[in-house]
Design a protein around this ligand. Structure first.
Ligand code: KG4
Ligand code: ZN
Length: 351
């Protein structure tokens, strides 16, 4: 079965062709980073317009690169929640038009659940019994969430952030340091050169046993380390701060130690609290799962606790449509599909 996936929830316009839910035949991503860069974040209206301009060329390229014709497609999958509503609408409308004109089923997929599926792509050997139940972790620009996954499509939230998402914290730390947007990749790179003990940034624990996250304290600690602690009239939030290159590297390294430390702590707790025999795997997904330290610490935790860790290939960490098509196949193989009344929704099933 050949599924064409479409993804347009935020600032990447993506389409992919996936065979049997596992074999990725093409994975096309048109990033809008350049359009949003000067604003230091995603501007929803600009994103919607850019999706509308790009969606058809991106779909055409995905079909061409897969070496198929439109008539070979058996179903259309689309990420229909959560995300920016105007952005999602472009993908959902394109998916409906394609499904209608080709006379094939349409399947709406939750973007966050699709991130968890990304680690299973390009691996044709996995069987549900080897992977599930799994402990899931989605770390992205909008989410920091731990899940219990009974299968690819049955996931239950165990904990999540009470304020900023981890990717958002990376982006804000980078903005405070005057680094480029999005901040995650550049902070990750500079952290590898810096001294992680230069600043004693807090690792938020919350209540004993809690599987929730908080990153706002860490963000404030970075702000104070860079601009000083405000007193009296405080400081001008917009005034640039001169830091040496080494001092920037040190803030990045100390931030990364605390941010990733919080995730490792909560994943360790989740393993301790797991009811029953223990998970068969840990499944990671989302843009921040591209982070070098997070990948290394999760692999170490898995090794320590005897739980295999599935981390997506780099190409499937960030927003992509292969994960959408892959997860849709799981639903299709159970006889499930949606109708043309499928709606875009800004919030997810597991928000
Ligand atoms: O999953 P994604 O592409 O979009 C959302 O669904 O949010 O994730 C984007 C986020 C951004 O915040 C970006 O800074 C972060 O992922 N990111 C990273 C790295 N690469 C991307 N954060 C830390 N380290 C990285 N290497
Ligand atoms: Zn995402």
């Amino acid at each position: 079965m050949i599924v064409l996936g479409i993804e347009s929830s935020c600032d990447e316009t993506a389409a992919a062709v996936v065979e049997a839910g596992r074999r990725v035949r093409s994975n096309v991503i048109a990033s809008q980073v350049k359009l949003h860069e000067e604003y230091g974040g995603v501007v929803p209206e600009i994103a919607s317009r850019a999706h509308a301009e790009r969606i058809l060329p991106v779909v055409q390229r995905a079909v061409r690169e897969a070496g198929i014709e439109l008539r070979d497609i058996d179903a259309i999958a689309v990420g229909h929640r959560p995300g920016l509503i105007g952005a999602l609408l472009v993908g959902v409308s394109a998916a409906k038009a394609l499904a209608w004109s080709l006379g094939v089923p349409i399947v709406g997929v939750d973007h966050i659940e699709a991130h968890l599926y990304a680690g299973l792509l390009d691996d044709e050997a996995w069987r549900a019994g080897d992977v599930f139940p799994a402990l899931g972790l989605v770390v992205s620009g909008g989410h920091t969430t731990i899940f219990r996954c009974e299968s690819a499509t049955e996931v239950r939230k165990l904990g999540g952030t009470i304020d900023d998402a981890i990717g958002e914290a990376y982006d804000k730390a980078a903005a405070i340091l005057g680094l480029s947007y999005p901040g995650g990749p550049v902070v990750d790179k500079r952290a590898q050169r810096g001294d992680e003990r230069a600043h004693d940034f807090p690792i938020s624990r919350l209540k004993p046993g809690s599987l929730d996250f908080s990153f706002s304290g860490l963000k404030t600690a970075v702000l104070y380390a860079v601009k000083g602690v405000p007193s009296g009239a405080g400081w001008d939030a917009k005034a640039p701060v001169e830091l040496s290159e080494e001092a920037i590297d040190d803030v990045c390294a100390s931030f990364q130690r605390a941010a990733v430390g919080a995730v490792t702590l909560k994943m360790g707790r989740a393993l301790e609290q797991w009811a029953g025999e223990g998970p068969k795997a840990m499944m990671l997904g989302g843009g921040v799962s591209a982070n070098s330290r997070l990948r290394a610490e999760m692999l170490r935790l898995g090794e320590e606790r005897g739980v295999p860790v599935r981390i997506p290939k780099m190409a499937y960490c960030l927003d992509n449509a292969a994960m959408i098509a892959g997860l849709a196949y799981e639903r299709l193989s159970r006889g499930e599909a949606d109708g043309f009344d499928l709606r875009a929704a800004p919030t997810g099933a597991s928000a």
